[in-house]
Design a binder for this molecule. Sequence first.
Ligand SMILES: CC(C)(COP(=O)(O)OP(=O)(O)OC[C@H]1O[C@@H](n2cnc3c(N)ncnc32)[C@H](O)[C@@H]1OP(=O)(O)O)[C@@H](O)C(=O)NCCC(=O)NCCS
Length: 166
Amino acid sequence: MIKIRDYQEGDAASVGRLIADTYSEFNLSFVPPTQLGLFLGPFRHARSEDLSHQQAIAGVIRSAMVFVAEDDGEIVGVLRGRQDRLASLFVRADHHRHGIGRRLVARFEPECLRRGSTVIRVAATLYGVPFYLAMGYKRSTGVRTGWSFDGNGLPVQPMRKKLQGG
Ligand SMILES: CC(C)(COP(=O)(O)OP(=O)(O)OC[C@H]1O[C@@H](n2cnc3c(N)ncnc32)[C@H](O)[C@@H]1OP(=O)(O)O)[C@@H](O)C(=O)NCCC(=O)NCCS
């Protein structure tokens, strides 16, 4: 059974692996293997036992709001953000289209409203655009190209949603 809960620091290693794998497969497939590490930043070390690597990963996951989806004790989804910005959202490939992304967003948005924000912005990777459209987000500009850690050239679609009640 899927449970949505607050992230804890002890989740960092499994969240790091989830992000590394999902980001590489769905968002960074255009990047040549020799450059992938630049775009993955600290997540390129998601399977390292080195404490400094693990601390760097925990550091980039940390955010004002982080929620995870857990399936029988295994982390299968993560959403990071702050009151007016959805920073990142990943669901493990074998759990796509089961409503987990929707549930993570449904946990996040009321919390943004509660913290005083009436608009949420997201720089969506192109794979995520149909999902965000289904969640009621709208394109706010054309596609832009941005940085992902030390890698430049990631196409993103800026999107926004005005929250009900805001
Ligand atoms: C985008 C992502 C988070 C969606 O998570 P998910 O749990 O599979 O999404 P849900 O099952 O909650 O989907 C809700 C609705 O969004 C739409 N949707 C989701 N994925 C879609 C896809 N690949 N293509 C078209 N529509 C999609 C559908 O309308 C879906 O409802 P339906 O399944 O009843 O048709 C997931 O595909 C993912 O992790 N992708 C890789 C990382 C990424 O691109 N993140 C977002 C950019 S920051």
